[in-house]
Write a protein that binds this ligand. Structure first.
Ligand code: ADP
Ligand code: MG
Length: 359
């Protein structure tokens, strides 16, 4: 099970030294604003992705007066993940089961983390990149070859784009990259579209328990014209690609298109409706992972009470409880998350104050 049974956080934001033993189900962190709740979620997110969900930059994560931060997590299945992030360039260390890693692939595989917070809207409002990342996160967790195909395609694309920018285009070389790019594009499309086909009915079922949006349509778009091969599209659009100095169509343009009637979901739906829609998408992804891999991953839910009203909070908590996975939720006042759980499920409660956390 991908549940964290022990977590140590050192020198990350205001968390100087934290050691906790979370429950494998629901964990509630309460405390005043600025006490360190989101920072703890950030630490967990770092373990499963190498990134913060709050800042692109690494610097702000490390405690002001310190040179490095450390996060160590032990999972219920015996896997351990440890990382240190340093202010010194290139001095980061990531270990899985004590073995140094060159990429995040291993750690991410063991610890699938998803975030529900005030930024979750970006899944609807943001660029296709955000939705593509959401989709690819899911595909990554259910299909082992996906990540290497994805990386190889990115390499091909980078080479192709470099060639496009050259004054005298080397068509022979371009064709060679195109052949490989098209092969990989078909593989990526196959993986993404079959994942999406499994995701969609689950999402629709979950959404129905939260909200009714009769004219909602959610579809996968592969990044180039349906019914035409990418080879065909690339050769037909060569002049345009040269003009932009970049490939305009391909798997790097894949998207999940969310519409209400003929308009974008973010243009029509209220904030509250958008929150429920995004919650349904993320919870559906956990269900799919659980169905295929037997693990739903870990959910980091930041400040749900300020995101949803009491009735919807109950519904979202009910869905998370049903999923049977590990969840970390933050709130200011514990009573706001108290009666949201089935009677048999006793959340583990933590109090956060000035960077200290106790049960
Ligand atoms: N690099 C840092 N070093 C020390 N303290 C920091 C750093 N970054 C943020 N903080 C402080 O950490 C505290 C915890 O923030 P946060 O986790 O967002 O609190 P909460 O989610 O409980 O409202 C804040 O008071 C913030 O000022
Ligand atoms: Mg916070």
């Amino acid at each position: 099970m991908a549940a964290i049974s022990r977590l140590d956080v050192l020198r990350l934001r205001n968390l100087s030294e934290v050691h906790i033993s979370p429950a494998d189900s629901i964990n509630i962190l309460s405390g005043d604003n600025g006490s360190g709740k989101t920072s703890l979620l950030e630490a967990i997110h770092l373990l499963g992705s190498g990134r913060s969900f709050r800042s692109q930059k690494l610097e702000p994560l490390i405690q002001d007066t310190q040179d490095e931060c450390i996060v160590f997590g032990e999972l219920q299945n015996g896997i351990s993940i440890g990382l240190s992030k340093s202010r010194k360039q290139g001095a980061h260390v990531l270990k899985v089961l004590g073995e140094r890693q060159r990429s995040w692939v291993e750690a991410a595989r063991h610890l699938p983390v998803q975030v529900l917070n005030s930024e979750s809207f970006s899944l609807l409002e943001g660029s296709p990149k955000v939705r593509r990342r959401f989709l690819d996160w899911g595909v990554f967790h259910v299909e082992h070859e996906f990540v290497s195909n994805w990386r190889d395609a990115a390499k091909c694309l980078a080479h192709r784009n470099l060639l496009l920018k050259e004054r005298n285009l080397d068509r022979k070389q371009l064709l060679a990259w195109d052949v490989e790019l098209c092969r990989l594009a078909d593989l990526l499309d196959e993986s993404r579209s079959s994942y999406f086909a499994a995701f969609l009915p689950l999402f629709e079922e979950i959404l129905r328990t939260l909200i009714s949006i009769p004219t909602l349509s959610v579809s996968y778009s592969r990044g180039w014209d349906e019914g035409r091969s990418l080879e065909d599209v690339l050769s037909g659009n060569l002049i345009r690609d040269i003009k932009y100095g970049a490939t305009q169509n391909g798997p790097h343009r894949a998207d999940i298109v969310v519409r209400v009637g003929r308009l974008g979901a973010d243009e029509v739906l209220s904030r509250g409706q958008q929150k429920l829609l995004v919650s349904a998408m993320k919870i559906a992804q956990g269900h799919l992972l659980s169905r295929i891999n037997g693990v739903a991953g870990v959910y980091l839910v930041d400040d749900l009470p300020s995101e949803l009203d009491a009735a919807n909070r109950m519904r979202v908590c009910g869905l998370l409880a049903e999923l049977g996975c590990q969840v970390f939720l933050t709130c200011v006042d514990q009573s706001e998350l108290e009666n949201c759980w089935p009677a048999a499920l006793l959340p583990r409660k933590f109090h956060v104050e000035h960077g200290k956390i106790w049960q």
